[in-house]
Design a protein around this ligand. Structure first.
Ligand SMILES: [Zn+2]
Length: 286
């Protein structure tokens, strides 16, 4: 909702308490309401991937948050079961109704392979009353998406390098951008999986070793894992390694794969090899 002046907030809160808000249409992402004061005004709030669209027909609302919007967001939050911000926070914090629902987030975590990655991108904002301004990242690093083109390790290294550059952006924040980074890495892994059938097994196995290595050495440094967003790329790496193991169980390239990941395992104190990584596969897949 952006930073709202406290007096506007107070008036909006009063309006909400006085029952002046009539919600005419709503779901988890948008709401329409009529707010009655000296005059009646129409409010429209909608969560977009990159912010909130907010409209009110009152004269005050020229780009600013007005009391009608505040009143509407409070009633809407209440409808969706969210508590209003604590009194002492009001002066310090912005009013920021979450762009997504708790249930949507929970569903993503329960089924990481089927998760809507756009929800993961903004999930971190949800947990915070006052999300910090942070870098919005591209959806996926540049990589060929056509599934008939065989993969090369060079191509994958280039894509991962791009993501490392994103983390050097001024507004990059390892907590608030964690969901976006995890979603972008996941999208790239989904492309690798699509191109798996056209790629030679030794190349694919080598690429996956590189991805596991990158996950530990780079990804873990670029994101704050406290919200558990790491589960999304991890489930995908597990799925791809499982597929490769099923298809090429005896391939000699696994020897090198195991050497590479065991080395990372020793570094991280984890016991890693192709089999343990295959178990990263999300159990809710089937
Ligand atoms: Zn207004």
């Amino acid at each position: 909702m952006g930073r709202t002046r406290v007096e506007v907030w107070k008036r909006g809160e009063k309006y909400a308490l006085e029952g002046r808000v009539q919600i005419t249409e709503s779901d988890d992402t948008q709401v329409k309401a009529i707010v009655s004061g000296t005059e009646s005004y129409e409010v429209f709030l909608k969560f977009l991937a990159r912010g909130i669209r907010k409209q009110c027909t009152c004269p005050y609302a020229g780009g600013d948050v007005c009391k009608h919007m505040v009143a509407t967001s409070l009633i809407w939050d209440n409808m969706r079961g969210f508590a209003p911000p604590a009194e002492d926070k009001v002066e310090l914090e912005t009013i920021h109704p979450p762009p997504i629902s708790r249930k949507q987030i929970a569903t993503c975590y329960a089924h990481p392979l089927k998760a809507d990655l756009d929800i993961i991108r903004v999930a971190t904002d949800y947990y915070n009353l006052s999300p910090k301004k942070h870098a919005r990242l591209p959806r996926c690093p540049r990589i060929e998406t056509y599934e008939k083109v065989p993969l090369t390790l060079t191509e994958v290294k280039g894509a991962l390098k791009q993501m490392e550059k994103w983390a050097k952006r001024k507004t990059y924040h390892n907590y608030f951008c964690a969901g976006e980074m995890a979603a972008a890495f996941s999208e790239m892994l989904d492309i690798l999986e699509k191109r798996l059938a056209s790629s030679p097994p030794e190349v694919m196995i080598g690429i996956m070793a590189y991805c596991v290595d990158w996950y530990y050495r780079k990804f873990e440094q670029m994101v704050d894992g406290s919200d558990g967003v790491w589960i999304f790329p991890v489930a995908r790496i597990g799925k791809i390694v499982t597929r490769l193991l099923e298809k090429y169980p005896e391939h000699p390239a696994w020897h090198e794969f195991n050497q590479i990941v065991e080395e990372i395992g020793i570094w991280w104190g984890d016991d890693l090899n192709a089999e343990t990584i295959a178990r990263w596969r999300n159990s809710n897949l089937n």
